[in-house]
Structure formats: structure tokens, C-alpha cells
Design a protein around this ligand. Structure first.
Ligand code: NAD
Ligand code: DAU
Length: 339
């Protein structure tokens, strides 16, 4: 079995590669990543010499590079994590989001159709459902919730989802889609809430909370997301969407306070800054379908997961320092200059 994992030098993709190489050591994993600012090849250092792993630097929008890879590797499965993933960047500059998230997904599916695959899995997000009001804790996103996006990022992911479903209906491409809530864990790029606040607090800088900090996110430990995708690949029904989330809703301000407490930093570092434009209020996933059909339940509770995550950032200062000083972008040249 050969699986192409796109975006595997990013946060969730890298955790998925580690998960799969450990769980299914007999399977071959090919990571395709363009190494944008969010891709960090040094994250994959521990698996680079694994004979069942190959890294290919390529853009998912590059038809001939993806075609060539299919000719070389005859993949059985494609799991598409590659995306521009940061909402704030999409608000500043939407175009690259449309290019990678929509056109890149279409390009991958065109090649997958040409050669045939057993499964094309699209890693999507709960943000395609828009948001829920803060005063209706009884409401959750199900797979039937209408698509209703807020940001250029979520709109580009929703467009990709619709294309994926269209390729199934029109061409019979064997697809599945997962829509997950906010992930946290090791190797998350420090533009996202938890690593950003960890680093700022560590360095005694102000902690920029958007607005009042009352927006709610439904946090899931990244390994639980990886396990859910693995189950969908094994037993998920083709043509179906699966929501992934662990009923762990937290207000942003409370997350930031936990980080302050854990690091022994004063809450006076918290600074309320201008709110994000179009800021989604609350995300909350109803994971009944994946639980009932595939038996999935999250294994890591938030208390343990956040402690583990913050410890990881404390123990892996080199990893995030290299991002802050830009050295991580030289890693590819170092590793591949003579290959
Ligand atoms: P990330 O930004 O950490 O990683 C994205 C990776 O994709 C990077 O390695 C980057 O180099 C690569 N990439 C970007 N454009 C590419 C291109 N054109 N060709 C090849 N590679 C390219 O993102 P993440 O947080 O790991 O998210 C991964 C996927 O999961 C995304 O599709 C995102 O929408 C989805 N998702 C994320 C979350 C979350 O909480 N982070 C939750 C649900 C779904
Ligand atoms: O729900 C899944 C989504 O979660 C994924 O699809 C996205 O790829 C991922 O980035 C994440 O989106 P969010 O916008 O929820 O994540 P972010 O870490 O950017 O922000 C989390 C919350 O924290 C959000 O309400 C905005 C707030 N925030 C964020 C930053 C970076 C702040 O208050 N201050 C900040 O500096």
C-alpha cells in the first residue's frame, strides 16, 4: 500500500505521517510538500531515513510534477492536507488560498482520476459550516449543517469540498472528506493561537487576544485527528463526509490564561487587540456519525493534551527558534543539495 500525503511538512500532516509509519510500518508514505512558509522539513528529520518514507518537494498545483509522481509511485491512496491554513493571512491576501486550496485540490483529483486510486481523502475543516451563536450551547455542527462560510480561507476549503463531492458524483472518484475542529499539539506553526501565546509568554511579550477573547473553539489533540483519518481510510464509506471533534469547547481567553498559569507568567501580559474581521464566534462539532459508524472517540483529554503540548514547546525550543529566525527554510538545501 502506497499513500501520498500532501502538506506533510506542516502541523497535522507531519503528525499524520508519524502516526501512520508507526501504526502501519509495512505501508509506504510519500510526502508531497511545497515547503511554503508553513512547511518545515526539519520536522520530518526523524523519518527521513525510513525506507518506507519519501519526501518530494512539489506544489500540488503543478500538474506535471504530480503526474510524474503517480507514474513513479502508483499510489493507492491520496490524503490531501496541503493548504494555506491561516485565517488571518486569508483576510490579508486571499488569492493564494484560492490557488492552493481549490485549484491544487482539483489538480490532485485530475491526476488521481487519470491513474485511478482506491481513495482520495480530503482533509477539511469545521469552518466550512460558518459559526454558531455563543448563547445557543445546544447547537452543534452535524454533517447536514449547511455550508455557510465567513473567511476567504473557509470559503476556499468549502469550494474544495464541493469539488471533491462533485468528482465523486460525476466521475466516480472514490472520495471521503473529514471536517475537523481546531487541533493542538506538537509542531504547530507559531502563528496559531496556542504556540503563538506560548512563545510570546515565554519571552514576556504581550499576549494579543482578539476582542474580548470570548470566541469559542472546540479543541482536539492532533493524534486523535490522525487516528480518525486512519479509521476513515480503512472503514469510511466512499462519498461520505465525517465530522471530527471531541466536545471540548474553550473560550480563547481561558486558553491564554491556562498558558500563563502553566508557564508561571502574569495575566497582566494579556492585551486585548482589535478583533479579527468576520471573526467566527463558536465552533462545536457533533461527532456522532464517526463514533457510531467507525467507533472513533478521542483518547486524549484537554488537561493532559495541553500539558503535553506546552511541555513539547518547552523541550523543543530549537524547533520554534529556527522558525522565528528563519533558519528552518534553509533545511531543504542542507538536506537535498547533494541528493
Ligand atoms: P499547516 O499550515 O501547518 O501546513 C500546511 C502544509 O501544506 C505546509 O507544510 C505547506 O508547506 C504545505 N503546502 C501549502 N501549499 C502547498 C502547495 N501548493 N503544494 C504543496 N504543499 C503545500 O496546516 P495544518 O494546520 O497542518 O492543516 C493541514 C490541513 O488540515 C489543512 O488542509 C487545513 O485546512 C486542515 N485543518 C486544520 C485544522 C487545524 O486546527 N490546524 C483543523 C481542521 C482542518
Ligand atoms: O476549526 C479549524 C480551524 O482552526 C482550521 O481549519 C484552521 O486551519 C486553523 O488555523 C484554526 O482556525 P482558527 O482561526 O480557529 O485558529 P487560530 O489559531 O488562528 O485562532 C484561534 C482563535 O484564537 C480564534 O478565535 C482567533 C483567536 N486568536 C488567534 C490568534 C492567532 C487570538 O485571539 N489572537 C491571536 O493572536
Amino acid at each position: 500500500m502506497t499513500t501520498i500525503v500532501t502538506g506533510g511538512a506542516g502541523f497535522i500532516g507531519s503528525n499524520f505521517i508519524f502516526y501512520m509509519l508507526k501504526k502501519h510500518p509495512e505501508e509506504r508514505i510519500i510526502c508531497v510538500d511545497k515547503l511554503t512558509y508553513a512547511g518545515n522539513l526539519s520536522t520530518l528529520a526523524s523519518v527521513m531515513d525510513n525506507p518506507n518514507f519519501r519526501f518530494v518537494k512539489a506544489d500540488i498545483c503543478d500538474e506535471s510534477a504530480i503526474d510524474q509522481l503517480f507514474v513513479e509511485e502508483h499510489p493507492d491512496v491520496v490524503v490531501n492536507f496541503a493548504a494555506e491554513s491561516h485565517v488571518d493571512r486569508s483576510i490579508k491576501d486571499p488569492n493564494i488560498f484560492l490557488q492552493t486550496n481549490i485549484m491544487g485540490t482539483a489538480n490532485l483529483m485530475n491526476v488521481a482520476r487519470k491513474y485511478g486510486v482506491q481513495r482520495f481523502h480530503q482533509v477539511s475543516t469545521d469552518e466550512v459550516y460558518g459559526d454558531l451563536p455563543l448563547d445557543r450551547p445546544d447547537l452543534f455542527f452535524t454533517e447536514e449543517t449547511p455550508i455557510h462560510t465567513s473567511s476567504p480561507y473557509s470559503s476556499s476549503k468549502a469550494a474544495a469540498d464541493l469539488l471533491v463531492l462533485a468528482y465523486h458524483r460525476t466521475y466516480g472518484l472514490p472520495v471521503t472528506i473529514s471536517r475537523c475542529s481546531n487541533n493542538y499539539g506538537s509542531y504547530q506553526f507559531p502563528e496559531k493561537l496556542i504556540p503563538l501565546m506560548f512563545i510570546d509568554a515565554t519571552e514576556n511579550r504581550p499576549l494579543p487576544v482578539y476582542g474580548e477573547g470570548l470566541n469559542v473553539r472546540d479543541w482536539l489533540y492532533v493524534e486523535d485527528h490522525c487516528q480518525a483519518i486512519d479509521l476513515i481510510l480503512q472503514n469510511g464509506r466512499v462519498g461520505e463526509v465525517y465530522n471530527i471533534g471531541g466536545h471540548n469547547e474553550m473560550r480563547n481567553i481561558d486558553i491564554v490564561k491556562i498558558i500563563c498559569q502553566t508557564l508561571g507568567k502574569p495575566e497582566s501580559l494579556i492585551e486585548h487587540v482589535t478583533d479579527r474581521k468576520g471573526h467566527d464566534r463558536r465552533y462545536a462539532i457533533d461527532p456522532t456519525k464517526i463514533h457510531n459508524e467507525l467507533g472513533w472517540l478521542p483518547e486524549t483529554n484537554f488537561k493532559d493534551g495541553i500539558a503535553e503540548t506546552l511541555k513539547w514547546y518547552q523541550d523543543n525550543q530549537d524547533w520554534w527558534q529556527q522558525i522565528i529566525n528563519g533558519d528552518y527554510q534553509k533545511y531543504y538545501e542542507k538536506m537535498y543539495a547533494n541528493r
